[in-house]
Design a protein around this ligand. Sequence first.
Ligand SMILES: N[C@@H](CCC(=O)N[C@@H](CS)C(=O)NCC(=O)O)C(=O)O
Length: 238
Amino acid sequence: MADCQKCHGKDSPAPGPVPKDLIRLYSMRFCPFAQRTRLVLHAKGIKHEIVNMNTKQKPNWFMEKNPNGTVPVLETSSGQVIFESPITCDFLEEAYPAKKLYPSDPFEKAQQKMLLEEYSKVVPLFYKLSMTKGEDLSVPEKEFKDKLSKLNEVLVKNKTKYFGGNSVTMIDYLIWPWFERIEMMGLNHCLEATPELRKWIELMFENPSVKATMFSSEVHRVFFDSYMEGKPNFDYGL
Ligand SMILES: N[C@@H](CCC(=O)N[C@@H](CS)C(=O)NCC(=O)O)C(=O)O
């Protein structure tokens, strides 16, 4: 389903019940966490609808769904609500088992979850390095490069194109959204010593689910600048 709806803000009325044959995703078009869920919905071919949120000015009914006030949030037609991006993806994996994204081997699945745990320490560095102004960033930049080298080593050690083998699996989708934005964030130079990771990025840009959910660096940049100015343009391009 096209991600084409303008965002719901403070005074927007609550959407009605979720139609029987659909699952609903509360999203924000430029949110990398919500993109994880959009990637999985697309990759698994799950029929869904998207309700985009103004994540700065949220209506009260949204806070009742997720008291943390963050997207992504999934809502089923029976009223079940699931939030936190890795948990939404795990839920989709189990609730829609026809096309599996995790490996069936328990150890391989555990390896993906361990890598995700490590990666969760990389995510804040993308923000620190791209959003901080007027501060010496050499220490966090070194930390970021070290962490990218560790990711690169996983690909080298496994001798695979992707993080879970020679085809795209769940872990690739969970890691991806920040790499889509790495050029826009001005951090491409941090990939100089990580050729396998650069190759992974190239391959991921060819993935149909990435193509279906992505924005160009230029579009990401317009949103990012508006966000940094304190006036996020959630509906940019609609
Ligand atoms: N740990 C959360 C983080 C999600 C998140 O931070 N989403 C942002 C948008 S990119 C959000 O909803 N921010 C609104 C807020 O923090 O009030 C997850 O993985 O789902």
